[in-house]
Design a protein around this ligand. Structure first.
Ligand code: SF4
Length: 68
């Protein structure tokens, strides 16, 4: 799964960072950084919670294209 962020919508409230800190991080300028664009099974639950909790609906998960 791939994380997509609409940076025009993101208001940098750090909700996603609180729920999935292994994937989302706000930098020193409060700019959202996606630390892992490709989400493995170990991070999927927390990223799904972050997607569902983003008040701006700025993040989404996209099925990765099939390998090979
Ligand atoms: S929860 Fe949504 S609005 Fe908040 S920092 Fe994350 S992507 Fe941006």
């Amino acid at each position: 799964m791939k994380v997509l962020v609409d940076f025009d919508l993101c208001e940098s409230n750090a909700m996603c960072e609180a729920l999935a800190p292994e994937v989302f991080e706000l930098d020193d300028d409060d700019y959202l950084v996606v630390k892992k664009e490709h989400v493995g099974p170990e991070d999927l639950d927390s990223v799904r919670r972050a997607v569902a909790s983003c008040p701006k609906a700025a993040i989404s998960l996209q099925e990765a294209p099939t390998d090979g």
